[in-house]
Design a protein around this ligand. Sequence first.
Ligand code: ZN
Length: 323
Amino acid sequence: MNMVTEGLHHVTAIGGAPQRNIDFYIRGLGLRLVKKTVNFDDPSTYHLYYGDDAGTPGSLMTFFPWSGIRSGRVGSGQSTATAFSVPSGSLGWWQNHFRELHVETAITSISSDEERLTLRDPDGLVLELVASSTVDPRTPWDSASVPAEYAVRGQHSSILTVTDPAGTLRVLTEELGLAIVDERADRFRLAAGPQHPGAIVDVIADLSGPVGLTAGGTVHHIAFRVPTRDGQEQWMHQLADHGYQVTEILDRQYFTSIYFREPGGVLFEIATDTPGFDIDEPLLELGRSLKLPPWLEPSREQIERAVAPITVPTENNPAVARS
Ligand code: ZN
C-alpha cells in the first residue's frame, strides 16, 4: 500500500549569527521560538525551532545558525523559497511592518486567488507570505510583535527548483502521495489531500538558472509529516524497496526522522508528529532555556561553552507571562 503524507512538517535552513536569526523570526515574522537546542549531529552549533505556540507540525521553520558562515547560492536542486500562510488582505500591513524593519519586500501574484509578499531574511533566505482566498483555519501564535489578525498561520508551501522535474514529480506523487493539482508553463503545484495551506509543494523547472550551493541563506532540507513511528518505518522500507537510499530512523527528540535525496537534488525528510516540543519543557516556557537530548546532557558544560550566548526576546513568552 502506498503511503500518503498529510503535508509539510518543517523546513530547515542554514543561517548566520544566531541572535540576528532569533530577532528576525520572533520580531520580524512573529513566530515563536519553540526550542533552543543544538544540532545533534554537530552539538557545537545551535538548532533553533520556530513555529506556532506549540510548534505544531506544519508551522515549523528551523535553523542551523553559524556565525560567519559563507553565503550559499540559491539555485536548482534546492527548495528555493519557503512560503508562509497569512490572512487575505494582510499583505499591506506586512509591507509596512517590514518597511519599519528596513526589509525590502515585493508583492507578486501568481494567480487571481493568491498574492504573495517576497522578502529575504538577514542571511538572504527567500521567504514568501502567501495571502490566498482559501481561508486558513489554523490558530496563529499570539505574538506581541505581530497582531493575531495578520499573523502567520503556518507553512503555506515549499517551492522546489529543479532542472528536470520528472523525477521530483514522480517521488512527490508515487512515494509521498501528493497529487498534481495545477500545471502552468514550467510550474507545477502539488498538494497532499485537499489543497490546504501547509500541504502544498510547487515545483519549478529551470534549466538556465544557477545550480544551488547549500550554505548560509539556503534551505538544507524539507520535511513531510507522518503521524507515527510505525508509519515511518513502513515508509522507510517502501523507499528502500523502490531503490532510494534512505537513512535509518534517527531520534530528533521531538520527532523521529528518515532522510533521502529526491532525483532533482533536494534533501527530503519524513518526520513524525509525535512526541512534540513539550516533551522536555512546559508549553508556557518553550524556547526559554537550552534543551539537550539525554545522550548530550552529560556534555552540557562543554556545549554551553561552545555555543554563543543568545537572548530570547520577551515577546516569545505567552501573553499571560509577558511583561
Ligand atoms: Zn529536519
